[in-house]
Each structure stands twice: as C-alpha cells, then as structure tokens.
Design a binder for this molecule. Structure first.
Ligand code: LMR
Length: 331
C-alpha cells in the first residue's frame, strides 16, 4: 500500500512538474469508456503509471478515436500504436484460428469459456499470435451476444431469413447468418448505429454492454436474448515497444495486465447485467422495444441450425478440427 501511494504521488509530481515520461504507450480501442474493455483499459493505465512511477505514460483512446476496428492491428505492427484489444474476429487476416471464439453455441457458459482461455487451447492461440510478431498479453471478456432487428421479431431461426445483419469481419459470423438464410454485411463497429438508423442493415448481434453504450436499442424494435455466441478480446502489444522496455518495466506491464484482467472479468459480468437492466427499463418506459426471451426449445432450434457450420472450419488454416474438439471437451 505504502509503495502504491509513493508510486501515485511520484507519478502525480512528475506530471505536475511537466517531466516527460521515458515511454509513451498509446492504447486504442473502439468501445466506450463505460464498457468492460473501456474500464479495464483505464484501470491498466492508472496501475501501470503507478507501478512504473510515471516512467510509462499510458494514453487510452476509446470509441475509435484513433483507429477503427482491424486498422489498429496494422498500426500496432508499425508501432504507431502500442496496445490494442481487438475482438477475436478482427484478427481474421493474421490469425484466423481466433475465430474459434466466434463459433455459435460453442461454450456451455462463461466458466467453460474461461477454462478454455486459461488452458491449452488459449495458450495455443496466443502462440499463433506471437509467431506473427505481436505480443499476446491477455484474454478479456465482453459477454455473450444477443440478436436485434428493426424488421421482424427473431424467435425462430427462419425469422432471420432475408434480413440484413451487421457482422464483424469474421468468416464464422458470415457462415452463421448464411445458415439461417440471412444476409450478413461486414461493417466497422463505429458505423453500426448509423447503419441501423438509416436502414442500411436491419439488425445486428452484440453484447448488452455494446448495445447499451452505443444506443443500438434506440434504433431497433426487437431484441432477442439469445446468448448465441461470445464476444471477447485479445489484448496485444507492439513487439518493438515491448523490446524497448527495460526488464523492470516489462515486469510492471505484466503485473498491471494481470490485475486489469482480474478486474475486467468482474466488470464484464457486472456491466452486462446492469446495462441490460437499463435496456429493459427503456423498453418498459417507451414501449418502443420488444424484448424476447427464448424458451429452451426455441433456443435449441437456433443452436441446431447454426452449429451445422462447424465442419466448414475444420481445416487447420481456418480454425482446425482439433481446436474445436478440444474446446468442446474442456471440462
Ligand atoms: C464489434 O465490432 O462489434 C466489437 O468488436 C466491438 C468491441 O470491441 O467490443
């Protein structure tokens, strides 16, 4: 505690004295500050500045202020930005195998998912990223995704037929929507609200936290609590930046990241619940949004339909049968 206070005080003194830090670390992401990733990025910023006693100045850029979606990975490889936490879909061109996490109905629950991330499968995926010259730090959660539409309530899989859904840049998500006869359209996160508002797309899938903080619910008529797929992130760092840090600062980065990851899982759980309650309150107050809770039979009908896409990704260059089977078998 004492150390922590001294660290904070030192950082504050250095900041007020206008003393430049030895290193500047820009962390770019696309969601709001008030999301699991946004809050954890701020926690990491504060903790690393404390631990490094102000030698690393962390600057967080939320809401696509610096880079949109996958553009950040290109920038990271050039060390134009030092940290990012893109969702797994956005690694498609570099490590397509991360789309494992996009497969619908793959995880029994969040604990199963964490065991996969913390175990052999997670390590294997991080190694694939490392082989591409990117420092893979931690997996961060958002939560399970829900479906929404302005056109028709999504109760049976057939209800999605012919509707245009925004997807992230993921072959798995493309196949998922094709499996129900819908038209998937890849679009950056920052363009989803206007796409829905202007009717360029009819619907979308995202977590309650993203649906709430980006106000997608205001431009949709139906929200189905489907929990059909998972949205999460891999926190990555520029290798050039990492190598430029002396060993003690590398240790500080690891410690701040471990602490931020613990917090992140907690924020993900709390915020998705809180923000769903806000959406429910809006629906009740305005009558402009219908929230649909699926029965277990109805949910199973979606699972049966979309899980048929798994074999399309058995090729190792796509995801690989072994990774999918290991995930399903993780206890
Ligand atoms: C999306 O594009 O929907 C998400 O990846 C946004 C995010 O980072 O949560």
């Amino acid at each position: 505690m004492k150390k922590l206070i001294i660290g904070t005080v030192t950082a504050a003194i250095l900041a007020t004295a206008g003393v430049a830090a030895d290193f500047t670390l820009k962390f770019s992401h696309v969601v709001s500050d008030n999301t699991p990733k946004g809050k954890a990025a701020r926690f990491f910023e504060k903790r690393l500045e404390e631990l490094s006693k102000g030698r690393i100045d962390v600057q967080v850029y939320p809401s696509s202020q610096l880079y949109k979606d996958n553009a950040v990975l290109k920038a990271l490889r050039l060390n134009s930005v030092q940290m990012a936490a893109p969702s797994f879909s956005k690694f498609g061109k570099i490590v397509p195998q991360l789309a494992l996490f996009d497969l619908p109905f793959l995880f029994k629950d969040i604990n199963h998912l964490h065991r996969v991330q913390d175990g052999e499968v997670g390590e294997k995926l991080k190694d694939l990223v490392r082989k591409k010259g990117i420092v893979a730090l931690s997996f961060w959660d958002n939560h399970f995704k829900q479906l929404s539409s302005s056109k028709k309530a999504l109760i049976k899989p057939e209800d999605a037929s012919g509707q245009k859904f925004r997807i992230m840049s993921s072959k798995v998500l493309e196949a998922q929507f094709h499996a129900v006869g819908a038209n998937p359209q890849m679009m950056p996160f920052s363009e989803v609200y206007s796409g829905l508002q202007q009717g360029v797309i009819d619907g979308q899938e995202n977590t309650n936290s993203n649906i709430f903080t980006k106000k997608f619910y205001e431009v949709q008529k139906y929200l189905t609590v489907s929990n059909h797929g998972y949205l999460g992130y891999l926190v990555v760092m520029s290798k050039k930046f990492w190598k430029s840090l002396p060993e003690d600062l590398q240790k500080n980065v690891i410690q701040a990241m471990n602490e931020a990851t613990q917090k992140e899982r907690q924020y993900a759980d709390e915020l998705n619940t809180q923000q769903f309650n806000e959406i429910k309150a809006y629906a009740q107050k305005t009558g402009k949004l219908e929230i649909i809770n699926l029965s277990s039979e109805q949910r199973q009908a979606w699972a049966d339909k979309v899980s048929t896409i798994y074999p399309e990704f058995y090729d190792k260059k796509k995801i690989g049968k072994e990774l999918i089977e290991k995930t399903l078998a993780t206890k």
